[in-house]
Design a protein around this ligand. Structure first.
Ligand code: FES
Ligand code: FES
Length: 271
């Protein structure tokens, strides 16, 4: 008696299945029909790579340059890479770490110093551009540790800082800004009808807008600057900036100049 056929053991069918017929028709063209164009391969082999050009070695770094600058009323002669920024010269070569590096892109004002009496961002200025010029940093604003610059004293009195990282730049910038104000330079918010700009809060905020404070000590910073701006200048008043105008002192021996001011944020002691 033959075994019953189950769905597992089905007898082989002699007829080709419709699927098989369809697959065969794709493989071989029907008689009399044109062969379909060959489909482009999905991932064609990469074309032969062109021969690489030999890239010449980079040009040699520029020759070091020797510069002479009056830094905080002392004549300094340094030999540095011509690409050195003024900020790196101050901090890395001369050890004047009171000037801070924040963004290194001219956006925060932490590196503000006074170059030939004008405030600049030291990170955007090549040291070689100041050969023969004078630079005053936060370490050079005070006559000495006991005679702070009025702005330094006002920042302390008004508690115009928290972490203090922006403070040296704020004070140097304010010193330059007050000179600009005294010279009658207008700002964006100066009333065109006014002959001279007055140190209002709006003027101070606008003129100090290039100096950012991550601790948001702005109200106290403005108050400190306004106090100095509102204080009449005594005839016998004397600041370190006056000394800078008078010319440099003798060049000190040794590679780095010690900071003149005592440690503390307003005087630039924090690195
Ligand atoms: S470090 Fe120079 S502007 Fe920020
Ligand atoms: S006091 Fe901290 S960034 Fe200004």
């Amino acid at each position: 008696m033959p075994a019953p056929v189950t769905h597992r053991h089905r007898a082989p069918d002699a007829r080709p299945s419709p699927c098989r017929l369809l697959a065969d028709s794709r493989l071989s063209p029907l008689p009399g029909s044109r062969a379909p164009p060959a489909a482009a391969p999905k991932n064609p082999p990469p074309a032969a790579m062109p021969q690489r050009r030999r890239i010449p070695m980079q040009a040699a770094p520029p020759e070091p340059v020797t510069l002479t600058l009056d830094i905080n009323r002392e004549r300094r002669t340094v030999t540095v890479d011509a690409r050195t920024t003024l900020l790196d010269l101050l901090r890395e070569t001369l050890g004047l770490t009171g000037t801070k590096k924040g963004c290194d892109h001219g956006q925060c004002g932490a590196c503000t110093v006074l170059a030939d009496g004008r405030r600049i961002n030291a990170c955007l200025s090549l040291a070689a551009m100041h050969d023969g010029g004078s630079v005053v940093t936060i370490e050079g604003l005070a006559i000495d540790a006991r005679n702070l610059h009025p702005l330094q004293a006002a920042f302390v009195a008004h508690d115009a800082f928290q972490c203090g990282y922006c403070t040296p730049g704020q004070i140097c910038s304010a010193a330059g800004m007050l000179d600009e104000l005294a010279a009658g330079a207008p700002s964006l918010v100066t009333d065109p009808g006014c002959a001279m700009a007055v140190a209002t809060d709006a003027e101070i905020r606008e003129r100090m807008s290039g100096n950012l404070c991550r601790c948001s000590a702005y109200p106290n910073i403005v108050a400190a600057i306004r106090e100095v701006a509102d204080t009449p200048v005594a005839d016998d008043s004397h600041t370190a900036l006056d000394d800078a105008d008078a010319g440099p002192r003798a060049e000190p021996a040794g590679p780095a100049m010690p900071a003149a001011a005592a440690p503390g944020h307003p005087t630039g002691g924090a690195a």
